[in-house]
Design a protein around this ligand. Structure first.
Ligand code: ADP
Ligand code: MG
Length: 240
């Protein structure tokens, strides 16, 4: 018999504070995902109507790109409810996800994308949607730094764990020809809410960092003012 000291009243077992927070977080995220998808769908409906009344091919292409963007948002909103899904990926597959994300983020801006064939590089275990989000965020920053024109160059290489050479990494280098970052600011750029832009939110690089960390990876930035920036992303090599 349980001693409750409260007469006949039944005290249901209480969730710990952590459990309560987790339950309400997951309920909140499910609700958010649902609401986002509804808003996206109604916006998509309006765009579809607009597409039927466009007068020329270039307007129609812009509306089609906006609809495509909303479909990508739907996928992300659905993903809010799902845990991370790691899949073995070889370079051609990683590269496909990178290209899709970069092209989506670049949109109609006159920005050139060069993806350099790296030859033989290790496979990684990664979540394709996380890979997409990393490169969406890097591309938005690159486009802003290049004032919407310039070149994004992506290459990959193998790197070995120092000093014992036990583990290997796939390192992806993402380079832009933008304004660069003053050295004194480099230590702050991954901080949440740190921004140098008037309408920036300072969430992009913090998101990139947390997504890379979720893959037990590493990220660092090298930059020259007036010349451009290179983001180095390291992912542990995966045997398969
Ligand atoms: N490719 C880049 N070139 C120049 N500066 C960059 C680049 N990427 C990030 N930054 C700097 O890092 C800051 C933080 O970036 P981010 O977290 O994406 O937030 P936001 O883009 O909203 O400012 C930016 O405000 C900018 O100063
Ligand atoms: Mg940003």
């Amino acid at each position: 018999m349980r001693e409750s000291g409260t007469g006949d009243r039944f005290d249901p077992p209480r969730a710990t504070a952590a459990e309560a927070r987790q339950n309400s977080d997951s309920g909140w995220v499910r609700g958010l995902s649902h609401d986002l998808r509804n808003i996206i769908q109604s916006t998509r409906g309006s765009l579809e109507l607009l597409q039927h009344s466009t007068v020329n091919a270039s307007q129609s292409a812009r509306v089609a790109a906006a609809i495509h963007g909303l479909d990508e948002m739907t996928v992300l909103a659905e993903r809010l409810e799902e845990p991370q899904r790691l899949e073995p990926m070889n370079w051609p597959r990683v590269q496909r996800h990178i290209r899709q994300a970069v092209e989506l983020a670049v949109g109609i801006r006159p920005i050139r994308l060069d993806i350099i064939d790296p030859g033989a590089v290790p496979n990684i275990a990664a979540d394709p949607y996380d890979v997409g989000r990393i490169f969406l965020n890097l591309t938005w920053n690159a486009c802003e730094a290049m004032a919407d024109q310039g070149t994004i160059t992506i290459s990959a290489r193998v790197d070995f764990e120092e000093p014992r050479h036990t583990a290997s990494w796939l390192v992806i280098d993402f380079q832009d020809t933008g304004c660069g970052i003053p050295e004194s600011l480099l230590p702050r750029i991954f901080d949440l809410h740190y921004t140098t832009k008037t309408i920036g939110r300072g969430v992009g690089l913090a998101t990139v960092k947390s997504l890379v960390m979720r893959h037990h990876g590493r990220v660092d930035v090298e930059s020259t003012e007036g010349k451009g920036t290179i983001v180095h992303l390291g992912f542990p090599a995966h045997a398969r």
